[in-house]
Design a protein around this ligand. Structure first.
Ligand SMILES: NC(=O)c1ccc[n+]([C@@H]2O[C@H](COP(=O)([O-])OP(=O)(O)OC[C@H]3O[C@@H](n4cnc5c(N)ncnc54)[C@H](OP(=O)(O)O)[C@@H]3O)[C@@H](O)[C@H]2O)c1
Length: 343
Protein backbone atom coordinates (compact mmCIF):
# COMPACT_ATOMS: atom_id res chain seq x y z
CA UNK A 1 0.00 0.00 0.00
CA UNK A 2 2.71 2.51 -0.89
CA UNK A 3 0.98 5.90 -1.14
CA UNK A 4 1.89 9.51 -0.53
CA UNK A 5 -0.91 9.94 2.00
CA UNK A 6 -2.77 7.48 4.24
CA UNK A 7 -6.26 7.61 5.68
CA UNK A 8 -5.86 7.14 9.42
CA UNK A 9 -8.36 6.30 12.17
CA UNK A 10 -7.60 6.85 15.86
CA UNK A 11 -9.87 4.76 18.09
CA UNK A 12 -10.23 6.14 21.60
CA UNK A 13 -10.09 9.72 22.80
CA UNK A 14 -8.65 9.02 26.24
CA UNK A 15 -5.13 9.79 27.44
CA UNK A 16 -3.48 7.57 24.79
CA UNK A 17 -5.82 8.55 21.93
CA UNK A 18 -5.14 12.25 22.59
CA UNK A 19 -1.39 11.62 22.67
CA UNK A 20 -1.69 9.74 19.35
CA UNK A 21 -3.21 12.83 17.74
CA UNK A 22 -0.30 14.92 19.06
CA UNK A 23 2.35 12.42 17.91
CA UNK A 24 0.83 12.08 14.42
CA UNK A 25 1.02 15.87 14.03
CA UNK A 26 4.48 16.25 15.56
CA UNK A 27 5.98 13.52 13.36
CA UNK A 28 4.28 14.91 10.22
CA UNK A 29 2.65 11.56 9.56
CA UNK A 30 1.48 11.59 5.91
CA UNK A 31 -2.26 11.77 6.61
CA UNK A 32 -4.92 12.07 3.89
CA UNK A 33 -8.09 11.84 5.99
CA UNK A 34 -8.12 11.53 9.80
CA UNK A 35 -11.08 10.04 11.68
CA UNK A 36 -11.34 9.86 15.49
CA UNK A 37 -13.69 7.32 17.06
CA UNK A 38 -14.85 6.77 20.63
CA UNK A 39 -18.06 5.51 22.26
CA UNK A 40 -19.81 8.85 21.93
CA UNK A 41 -19.45 11.92 19.73
CA UNK A 42 -17.96 15.26 20.86
CA UNK A 43 -15.71 18.04 19.64
CA UNK A 44 -12.26 17.90 21.12
CA UNK A 45 -9.46 20.46 21.23
CA UNK A 46 -5.89 19.15 21.39
CA UNK A 47 -3.18 21.86 21.52
CA UNK A 48 -5.47 24.27 19.64
CA UNK A 49 -6.45 21.77 16.91
CA UNK A 50 -10.10 20.79 16.68
CA UNK A 51 -11.11 17.15 16.21
CA UNK A 52 -14.65 15.82 15.70
CA UNK A 53 -14.95 12.56 17.62
CA UNK A 54 -17.52 10.20 16.08
CA UNK A 55 -19.17 7.08 17.53
CA UNK A 56 -17.33 3.96 16.40
CA UNK A 57 -18.94 1.60 13.86
CA UNK A 58 -17.64 -1.09 11.48
CA UNK A 59 -18.59 1.09 8.49
CA UNK A 60 -16.49 3.94 9.88
CA UNK A 61 -13.39 2.01 8.77
CA UNK A 62 -14.31 2.04 5.05
CA UNK A 63 -11.38 3.56 3.17
CA UNK A 64 -9.07 3.62 6.22
CA UNK A 65 -5.47 2.49 5.61
CA UNK A 66 -4.13 2.54 9.17
CA UNK A 67 -6.23 2.24 12.34
CA UNK A 68 -4.52 3.11 15.63
CA UNK A 69 -6.55 1.53 18.45
CA UNK A 70 -6.45 3.07 21.94
CA UNK A 71 -9.86 2.09 23.26
CA UNK A 72 -10.59 -0.28 26.08
CA UNK A 73 -9.47 -3.91 26.28
CA UNK A 74 -11.40 -7.12 26.87
CA UNK A 75 -14.35 -8.99 25.53
CA UNK A 76 -16.55 -5.97 24.82
CA UNK A 77 -13.68 -3.54 24.28
CA UNK A 78 -12.94 -1.58 21.14
CA UNK A 79 -10.22 -3.84 19.74
CA UNK A 80 -12.04 -7.16 20.14
CA UNK A 81 -15.22 -5.70 18.68
CA UNK A 82 -13.82 -3.60 15.83
CA UNK A 83 -10.19 -4.51 14.95
CA UNK A 84 -11.13 -7.36 12.61
CA UNK A 85 -13.91 -5.21 11.08
CA UNK A 86 -11.24 -2.63 10.24
CA UNK A 87 -8.91 -5.30 8.78
CA UNK A 88 -11.81 -6.72 6.72
CA UNK A 89 -12.16 -3.25 5.17
CA UNK A 90 -8.48 -3.08 4.22
CA UNK A 91 -6.90 -1.31 7.21
CA UNK A 92 -3.76 -2.33 9.06
CA UNK A 93 -4.62 -2.20 12.78
CA UNK A 94 -2.05 -1.22 15.41
CA UNK A 95 -3.54 -2.03 18.79
CA UNK A 96 -2.42 -0.59 22.11
CA UNK A 97 -4.28 -3.04 24.32
CA UNK A 98 -3.44 -6.55 25.49
CA UNK A 99 -6.05 -8.45 23.48
CA UNK A 100 -3.81 -9.59 20.59
CA UNK A 101 -0.31 -9.25 22.03
CA UNK A 102 0.31 -12.96 22.64
CA UNK A 103 -1.49 -14.17 19.47
CA UNK A 104 1.12 -15.99 17.39
CA UNK A 105 -0.25 -14.43 14.21
CA UNK A 106 0.18 -10.91 15.59
CA UNK A 107 3.63 -9.31 15.72
CA UNK A 108 4.41 -7.49 18.96
CA UNK A 109 6.75 -4.69 18.05
CA UNK A 110 9.11 -2.15 19.56
CA UNK A 111 10.79 -0.66 16.48
CA UNK A 112 14.19 -0.17 18.18
CA UNK A 113 14.22 -3.91 18.98
CA UNK A 114 12.30 -5.98 16.41
CA UNK A 115 11.08 -3.74 13.56
CA UNK A 116 11.54 -6.61 11.07
CA UNK A 117 8.62 -8.44 12.75
CA UNK A 118 6.25 -5.82 11.29
CA UNK A 119 6.54 -7.56 7.91
CA UNK A 120 4.95 -10.74 9.34
CA UNK A 121 1.63 -9.05 10.09
CA UNK A 122 -1.69 -10.38 8.81
CA UNK A 123 -3.64 -7.17 9.40
CA UNK A 124 -3.06 -6.62 13.13
CA UNK A 125 0.12 -5.51 14.89
CA UNK A 126 0.23 -5.16 18.68
CA UNK A 127 1.88 -2.42 20.69
CA UNK A 128 3.39 -3.85 23.89
CA UNK A 129 2.52 -2.72 27.39
CA UNK A 130 4.11 0.57 28.47
CA UNK A 131 6.32 -0.97 31.17
CA UNK A 132 7.63 -3.62 28.76
CA UNK A 133 8.53 -1.14 26.02
CA UNK A 134 10.93 0.98 28.06
CA UNK A 135 12.57 -2.09 29.63
CA UNK A 136 13.33 -3.80 26.30
CA UNK A 137 14.57 -0.58 24.68
CA UNK A 138 17.15 -0.33 27.50
CA UNK A 139 18.06 -4.03 27.78
CA UNK A 140 18.14 -5.15 24.15
CA UNK A 141 21.50 -3.51 23.25
CA UNK A 142 23.06 -5.19 26.33
CA UNK A 143 21.38 -8.50 25.52
CA UNK A 144 22.83 -8.49 21.99
CA UNK A 145 26.35 -8.00 23.36
CA UNK A 146 26.36 -10.03 26.58
CA UNK A 147 23.25 -12.27 26.61
CA UNK A 148 20.81 -11.28 29.35
CA UNK A 149 19.72 -14.41 31.24
CA UNK A 150 17.92 -13.08 34.34
CA UNK A 151 15.85 -9.94 34.99
CA UNK A 152 14.29 -8.78 38.25
CA UNK A 153 12.30 -5.59 37.76
CA UNK A 154 10.28 -3.35 40.06
CA UNK A 155 8.18 -0.78 38.23
CA UNK A 156 6.91 2.54 39.64
CA UNK A 157 4.02 3.36 37.35
CA UNK A 158 2.22 6.69 36.95
CA UNK A 159 -1.52 7.25 37.28
CA UNK A 160 -2.01 8.01 33.56
CA UNK A 161 -0.96 4.41 32.87
CA UNK A 162 -4.42 3.48 34.15
CA UNK A 163 -6.24 5.94 31.86
CA UNK A 164 -7.98 9.29 32.22
CA UNK A 165 -10.16 8.12 35.13
CA UNK A 166 -7.07 7.32 37.21
CA UNK A 167 -5.55 10.76 36.59
CA UNK A 168 -8.83 12.32 37.73
CA UNK A 169 -8.86 10.09 40.83
CA UNK A 170 -5.33 11.19 41.81
CA UNK A 171 -6.21 14.87 41.23
CA UNK A 172 -9.37 14.61 43.34
CA UNK A 173 -7.60 12.77 46.18
CA UNK A 174 -4.83 15.39 46.22
CA UNK A 175 -7.29 18.26 46.40
CA UNK A 176 -9.39 16.55 49.11
CA UNK A 177 -6.26 16.10 51.25
CA UNK A 178 -5.05 19.68 50.62
CA UNK A 179 -8.52 21.06 51.47
CA UNK A 180 -8.54 19.10 54.74
CA UNK A 181 -5.21 20.72 55.65
CA UNK A 182 -3.22 17.47 55.48
CA UNK A 183 -4.72 16.32 58.79
CA UNK A 184 -6.31 13.25 57.28
CA UNK A 185 -4.31 11.45 54.60
CA UNK A 186 -7.02 8.84 54.03
CA UNK A 187 -9.63 10.01 51.53
CA UNK A 188 -12.26 8.56 49.26
CA UNK A 189 -12.54 9.98 45.74
CA UNK A 190 -15.98 9.96 44.09
CA UNK A 191 -14.98 7.84 41.07
CA UNK A 192 -12.47 5.05 41.59
CA UNK A 193 -10.37 3.83 38.65
CA UNK A 194 -7.67 2.21 40.79
CA UNK A 195 -8.00 -0.38 43.54
CA UNK A 196 -6.54 1.89 46.26
CA UNK A 197 -6.06 5.55 47.15
CA UNK A 198 -2.99 6.81 45.24
CA UNK A 199 -2.39 10.28 46.72
CA UNK A 200 0.25 10.07 49.48
CA UNK A 201 0.42 6.35 48.85
CA UNK A 202 1.91 3.60 46.67
CA UNK A 203 0.46 0.13 46.10
CA UNK A 204 1.92 -3.06 44.56
CA UNK A 205 -1.19 -3.94 42.58
CA UNK A 206 -1.57 -3.17 38.85
CA UNK A 207 -4.07 -5.22 36.88
CA UNK A 208 -5.58 -8.28 38.49
CA UNK A 209 -3.95 -11.07 40.48
CA UNK A 210 -3.15 -14.12 38.37
CA UNK A 211 -0.88 -17.21 38.35
CA UNK A 212 1.37 -17.56 41.39
CA UNK A 213 -0.12 -14.37 42.88
CA UNK A 214 1.71 -12.24 40.32
CA UNK A 215 -0.55 -9.66 38.67
CA UNK A 216 -1.34 -9.84 34.95
CA UNK A 217 0.67 -6.59 34.57
CA UNK A 218 3.66 -8.48 36.01
CA UNK A 219 3.15 -11.42 33.62
CA UNK A 220 3.02 -8.97 30.69
CA UNK A 221 6.60 -7.95 31.49
CA UNK A 222 7.63 -11.62 31.33
CA UNK A 223 5.73 -12.85 28.28
CA UNK A 224 5.98 -9.71 26.15
CA UNK A 225 9.74 -9.40 26.72
CA UNK A 226 10.22 -13.03 25.62
CA UNK A 227 8.22 -12.42 22.43
CA UNK A 228 9.75 -9.06 21.45
CA UNK A 229 13.36 -10.01 22.14
CA UNK A 230 12.92 -13.54 20.69
CA UNK A 231 14.44 -14.76 23.94
CA UNK A 232 11.99 -17.09 25.69
CA UNK A 233 14.62 -18.44 28.09
CA UNK A 234 15.31 -15.21 29.99
CA UNK A 235 14.14 -15.69 33.60
CA UNK A 236 12.07 -12.63 34.49
CA UNK A 237 10.38 -11.69 37.77
CA UNK A 238 8.44 -8.47 38.17
CA UNK A 239 6.72 -6.41 40.86
CA UNK A 240 4.54 -3.61 39.48
CA UNK A 241 3.76 -0.67 41.74
CA UNK A 242 1.46 2.33 41.21
CA UNK A 243 2.96 5.62 42.42
CA UNK A 244 1.42 9.11 42.73
CA UNK A 245 3.03 10.48 39.58
CA UNK A 246 0.93 11.96 36.75
CA UNK A 247 2.89 10.58 33.77
CA UNK A 248 6.19 8.73 33.41
CA UNK A 249 6.97 5.19 34.52
CA UNK A 250 10.21 4.42 36.36
CA UNK A 251 11.79 0.98 36.66
CA UNK A 252 14.50 -0.44 38.87
CA UNK A 253 15.96 -3.24 36.73
CA UNK A 254 18.41 -5.90 37.97
CA UNK A 255 19.84 -8.17 35.28
CA UNK A 256 22.47 -10.88 34.90
CA UNK A 257 24.38 -11.63 31.71
CA UNK A 258 26.01 -14.81 30.37
CA UNK A 259 29.12 -13.17 28.91
CA UNK A 260 31.26 -10.78 31.01
CA UNK A 261 30.75 -7.08 30.37
CA UNK A 262 31.86 -3.94 32.24
CA UNK A 263 29.77 -1.00 33.45
CA UNK A 264 31.74 1.25 31.07
CA UNK A 265 30.85 -1.00 28.14
CA UNK A 266 27.16 -0.99 29.14
CA UNK A 267 27.27 2.82 29.28
CA UNK A 268 28.96 2.96 25.87
CA UNK A 269 26.33 0.61 24.37
CA UNK A 270 23.44 2.63 25.81
CA UNK A 271 24.97 5.97 24.76
CA UNK A 272 24.62 4.94 21.12
CA UNK A 273 21.51 2.76 21.39
CA UNK A 274 18.50 3.87 19.30
CA UNK A 275 15.84 5.65 21.34
CA UNK A 276 17.95 5.74 24.53
CA UNK A 277 19.24 8.78 26.42
CA UNK A 278 21.99 8.00 28.91
CA UNK A 279 21.58 10.22 31.97
CA UNK A 280 24.02 8.92 34.52
CA UNK A 281 26.13 11.42 36.45
CA UNK A 282 25.78 10.50 40.12
CA UNK A 283 28.33 13.15 41.16
CA UNK A 284 26.06 15.84 39.70
CA UNK A 285 22.85 14.25 41.08
CA UNK A 286 21.86 13.51 37.49
CA UNK A 287 19.55 10.58 36.81
CA UNK A 288 16.18 10.37 35.02
CA UNK A 289 12.95 11.32 36.78
CA UNK A 290 9.38 11.13 35.49
CA UNK A 291 8.69 14.87 35.87
CA UNK A 292 11.55 15.60 33.46
CA UNK A 293 10.63 13.07 30.77
CA UNK A 294 6.93 13.92 30.35
CA UNK A 295 6.39 14.69 26.65
CA UNK A 296 9.66 13.04 25.54
CA UNK A 297 9.84 10.07 23.17
CA UNK A 298 13.10 8.51 24.33
CA UNK A 299 13.83 6.01 27.09
CA UNK A 300 16.12 7.47 29.75
CA UNK A 301 18.64 5.30 31.61
CA UNK A 302 20.75 6.11 34.66
CA UNK A 303 22.14 4.70 37.96
CA UNK A 304 24.08 2.01 36.06
CA UNK A 305 25.90 -0.12 38.62
CA UNK A 306 27.52 -3.50 38.99
CA UNK A 307 25.86 -5.62 41.66
CA UNK A 308 27.97 -5.63 44.81
CA UNK A 309 27.78 -9.42 45.16
CA UNK A 310 26.99 -10.99 41.77
CA UNK A 311 29.83 -10.84 39.23
CA UNK A 312 27.71 -10.63 36.10
CA UNK A 313 24.79 -8.80 37.76
CA UNK A 314 23.96 -5.13 37.09
CA UNK A 315 21.37 -2.47 37.95
CA UNK A 316 19.67 0.15 35.80
CA UNK A 317 17.12 2.90 36.50
CA UNK A 318 14.89 3.32 33.43
CA UNK A 319 12.32 6.11 32.93
CA UNK A 320 10.01 6.90 29.98
CA UNK A 321 6.76 8.71 29.26
CA UNK A 322 4.15 5.93 29.33
CA UNK A 323 1.78 7.83 27.04
CA UNK A 324 4.50 8.61 24.45
CA UNK A 325 7.12 5.83 24.09
CA UNK A 326 4.96 3.54 26.23
CA UNK A 327 1.96 3.90 23.91
CA UNK A 328 1.34 6.59 21.25
CA UNK A 329 4.87 7.17 19.93
CA UNK A 330 5.62 3.45 19.71
CA UNK A 331 2.33 2.87 17.83
CA UNK A 332 3.02 5.66 15.35
CA UNK A 333 6.60 4.37 14.89
CA UNK A 334 5.07 0.97 14.03
CA UNK A 335 2.80 2.70 11.49
CA UNK A 336 5.90 4.32 9.97
CA UNK A 337 7.53 0.86 9.74
CA UNK A 338 4.37 -0.46 8.02
CA UNK A 339 4.63 2.29 5.43
CA UNK A 340 8.35 1.90 4.86
CA UNK A 341 8.11 -1.89 4.56
CA UNK A 342 5.14 -1.85 2.15
CA UNK A 343 5.62 -2.07 -1.57
N1 LIG B 1 -2.38 4.80 29.55
C1 LIG B 1 -1.26 4.21 29.21
O1 LIG B 1 -0.13 4.57 29.66
C2 LIG B 1 -1.27 3.04 28.27
C3 LIG B 1 -0.05 2.52 27.84
C4 LIG B 1 -0.05 1.43 26.96
C5 LIG B 1 -1.25 0.91 26.53
N2 LIG B 1 -2.43 1.44 26.97
C6 LIG B 1 -3.67 0.87 26.44
O2 LIG B 1 -4.25 1.84 25.56
C7 LIG B 1 -5.68 1.72 25.57
C8 LIG B 1 -6.31 3.08 25.90
O3 LIG B 1 -5.90 3.46 27.19
P1 LIG B 1 -6.17 4.91 27.81
O4 LIG B 1 -5.27 4.96 28.99
O5 LIG B 1 -6.13 5.96 26.78
O6 LIG B 1 -7.70 4.75 28.32
P2 LIG B 1 -8.77 5.89 28.68
O7 LIG B 1 -8.07 7.18 29.01
O8 LIG B 1 -9.65 5.29 29.70
O9 LIG B 1 -9.59 6.10 27.31
C9 LIG B 1 -10.28 5.07 26.69
C10 LIG B 1 -10.94 5.60 25.41
O10 LIG B 1 -11.46 4.47 24.70
C11 LIG B 1 -12.78 4.76 24.30
N3 LIG B 1 -13.53 3.49 24.26
C12 LIG B 1 -13.83 2.66 25.26
N4 LIG B 1 -14.56 1.60 24.81
C13 LIG B 1 -14.70 1.77 23.50
C14 LIG B 1 -15.37 1.07 22.48
N5 LIG B 1 -16.01 -0.09 22.72
N6 LIG B 1 -15.30 1.54 21.23
C15 LIG B 1 -14.65 2.70 20.95
N7 LIG B 1 -14.02 3.43 21.86
C16 LIG B 1 -14.05 2.98 23.12
C17 LIG B 1 -13.33 5.69 25.34
O11 LIG B 1 -14.41 6.37 24.75
P3 LIG B 1 -15.28 7.51 25.48
O12 LIG B 1 -14.31 8.67 25.63
O13 LIG B 1 -16.37 7.82 24.50
O14 LIG B 1 -15.70 6.93 26.76
C18 LIG B 1 -12.09 6.56 25.65
O15 LIG B 1 -12.02 7.64 24.75
C19 LIG B 1 -5.99 0.61 26.59
O16 LIG B 1 -6.11 -0.60 25.91
C20 LIG B 1 -4.74 0.60 27.47
O17 LIG B 1 -4.53 -0.65 28.09
C21 LIG B 1 -2.47 2.49 27.81
Amino acid sequence: MKKTEYNVAVVGAGVVGIEMLRVLKQRNFPIGELRVFARSSRDMDVDGHKYAVKPISPEGFEGIDIALFAGTEGEKGAAVTYAREAVKRGAVVIDNGADFRMDKNVPLVVPEVNSADVKKHKGIIANPNCSTIQMVVALNPIHKKAGVKRIIVTTLQASSGAGKGAVEQLKEENSLIARAGFDNLSVSASGKSMPQQLAYNVFPHIGSFADGDYTNEEWKLVKETHKIMHAPKIKISATTVRVPVRTGHSESVYFEVSRPISVDKIKALLAKAPGVVLMDEPKNNLYPMPKDVEGRDETFVGRIRQDAFVKNGFWLWVVADNLRKGAATNAVQIAECVISSSK
